[in-house]
Design a protein around this ligand. Sequence first.
Ligand SMILES: Nc1nc2c(c(=O)[nH]1)N[C@H]1C(S)=C(S)[C@@H](COP(=O)(O)OP(=O)(O)OC[C@H]3O[C@@H](n4cnc5c(=O)[nH]c(N)nc54)[C@H](O)[C@@H]3O)O[C@H]1N2
Ligand SMILES: Nc1nc2c(c(=O)[nH]1)N[C@H]1C(S)=C(S)[C@@H](COP(=O)(O)OP(=O)(O)OC[C@H]3O[C@@H](n4cnc5c(=O)[nH]c(N)nc54)[C@H](O)[C@@H]3O)O[C@H]1N2
Ligand code: SF4
Ligand SMILES: [Mo]
Length: 742
Amino acid sequence: MANQQSVSRVCPFCEATCGVTIEVADGAIVKVRGDRDDPFSRGFICPKAHALKELYDDSERLRRPLKRTPGGWQEISWPQAYREISARLLAIRKKCGPDAIGMYAGNPLVHDLAFLYLPVLARALGSRNVFNAGAIDTLPKEVQTGLMFGGPFPATVPVPDIDRTKYLLIVGANPAVSHGSLMTMPDAPGRLKNVIARGGRVVVIDPRRTETARLASKHHFIRPGTDAAFLLAMVRTLFEEGLIRLGAATGMVNGLDSLQQSVRDFTPEAVADYCGISAAHIRRMAREFAAGEQAACYGRLGTCVQKFGTLACWGVELMNILTGNLDRAGGVMFPRAAAPATALAGTRPFKLDRWKTRVSGQPRVGGMNPSSAMAEEMLTPGAGQVRAMILLMTNPLRSAAHSRELEAAFAGLECLVAVDFYLNETTRHADFILPTPSPAEQPNYEFGLYHLSVRTIAKWSWAAVSSDSPPAWEVMLKIGAGLLGLEGRATKEVDDMMFAQVAQTAVKRNRHWEGLSVEEVVSSLAESTGPERVIDMLLRLGPYGDGFGRNPSGLTLGRVKGAPHGIDLGPLQPRLGEIINTQSGKIELAPTLMVNDLPRLRDHISNPSAASQEMLLIGRRNLRTSNSFMHNLPALVKGRNPCTLQVSPHDAARLGIANGSAARVTSRVGSVIAPVEVTGDLMPGVVSLPHGWGHDVEETRLSVAKAHGGVNTNFLTDNQAYDTASGTAVLFGTPVSVEPAH
Ligand SMILES: Nc1nc2c(c(=O)[nH]1)N[C@H]1C(S)=C(S)[C@@H](COP(=O)(O)OP(=O)(O)OC[C@H]3O[C@@H](n4cnc5c(=O)[nH]c(N)nc54)[C@H](O)[C@@H]3O)O[C@H]1N2
Ligand SMILES: Nc1nc2c(c(=O)[nH]1)N[C@H]1C(S)=C(S)[C@@H](COP(=O)(O)OP(=O)(O)OC[C@H]3O[C@@H](n4cnc5c(=O)[nH]c(N)nc54)[C@H](O)[C@@H]3O)O[C@H]1N2
Ligand code: SF4
Ligand SMILES: [Mo]
């Protein structure tokens, strides 16, 4: 057949970085399959990998910029879009100041090289109103690791050394479906099974008997939102029973006594009823964990998007540190990325921002506002009110808490610009939609995720097919240039200006190579442009790099590209000494923020819920789709409707709702009607609905998604409920009432 080609790359649809081979014939994608020659994934993929083809083929995916006009959507050229957007935004900034234009970056940006251009656009914007999806996801982990290890995120997040551990305690994560988060590893189910096959144990703490729980040695239900109490009771047991061993962290910690004092009253007996786990089980798990030579405690979304997210993340980390499992093979370790993010960040230790958000005084972290403050910042008049937004690959009207209120906020904006390839529930409010290419049409390097990877990997992803549209990084650079009054300048010219700044920081931060100057770096890379140039610089400066010729056999982007299936640089290695970046130079075991948050937890333990007859709503992920944007792809949504309200048999009987009937679920902020699925997998008192659904809006161009509409669980989640330490929204553990819907 004419013009056939196989292209190797990484699948961008979750954090696992599975290698795929895309078969292309005559410019069309024929097939996506697992790449057996990828040293990390060895052929493993999940059904979502096929979205590389499906998204490319989707005729409803936008190919040209859209502009809202009184007569409806109009296709316009890219130059016209840049010109008009820059004029509109500059006028708003002139009238209302820089804070009037906000920005919100969503999840898929992490998997796009444009991620590297986020700081560029943020600088050009100069607004205090920048938001990201972190506050509905990883933020408590960012705060906790920042305070304990010094940051920057994610370079100081330890990950379980899953391929060597003998005991894995999973708290609030479902890697068998999510394929792991803040722990990059292809084939999560296989790796979990291998822990057990090696004679190890996997223990899961989750209000739902999940797919991961089914693979595990043991599962315990836990009442949503009570993990901090559970984990601190485990920590207290370690103190009480003399099980503290610091291992590699010996001599490197601060605050051990203060920690012991702080957790004194968290006895297993005091928290057992609150958590729904018996005191005997808590003690036994603490002993087992401490006895295991190589044990890793891992928490994810269930420990983050809840009322005590920062405290729960603290508890997870304390278990690892206090049992000598930090920086130990088979415990939790700090990955060493080939292209290190630290080269782009400042050197100063992590600190919470002095600034709080304008309206409700929520914490800001790393210059970002939490997403739960977004609606009020748009709706509340006064100096600094947000009147325009730039959205980067996000669908907050389905993914963020209290999306009904957000809808009103977005509808009232003077200008909304969305970098997105669908006309969906959020972008339908836009004035301009800028559709950058689908992932298969673009190269990539999973820059962020390789900082969280359970092996050190460097792999370039090649574009399988070409596109006429500019990549997202270029669109962001152009919008940034417009805001800086550089509208109309050549991309290369603006990019060179931006790169000179980035190179300056990187050379200053360089720890590996002597005698390197900014001029040398800039001139060596003068011919290239865009994020490829940044990645090349980071690889060459990094620990495996060629040091711009100082280590001739080291990595360059060219060498990485020359290994199409990826380069495996080996297992995790101890590196605690080079990680710690706190003011004191020690690991802070009892940061003030956490200790000061304990009274809030104690209050909640003594008065768990004003209305304890209410149910607690949690989320659920679906293996075949990711968040909100794959529901227009027929191959991924065919079959059984996954958007059901799961209820335990006990509650179903009590509430008079039958399997297959409809139930009304009501929270403080809203109400939805969902089909009921009665299942013994759910803890009594808890109901579960997946997120990202509710494709019921007429004006969208999502005909397949509309036919599989589902309900939007974020009509129920409450943006006034957040982890006060970090500003992270409570997405799991929302109090709701449930009744038959007639
Ligand atoms: N209730 C509840 N809510 C949740 C969660 C939960 O568990 N429960 N999970 C939360 C989490 S962890 C996250 S990360 C967020 C995610 O929420 P978001 O960050 O909003 O991500 P998505 O829902 O995937 O929406 C992605 C948007 O980007 C567009 N898009 C996707 N890929 C590309 C691309 O390559 N190019 C362009 N131009 N556009 C693209 C899609 O059309 C879509 O509009 O949701 C959160 N919301
Ligand atoms: N197939 C698929 N994969 C995905 C995604 C997707 O949408 N679909 N999304 C990706 C994204 S953006 C992310 S951030 C990751 C998330 O990765 P994970 O965190 O592994 O994913 P979740 O399924 O949200 O797992 C959270 C678990 O916490 C449990 N839980 C809820 N409340 C509590 C609680 O209070 N305490 C405890 N202990 N557990 C609780 C839930 O029942 C659930 O099993 O997944 C990624 N991978
Ligand atoms: S687990 Fe699935 S979605 Fe995640 S990277 Fe692998 S193939 Fe892609
Ligand atoms: Mo996420």
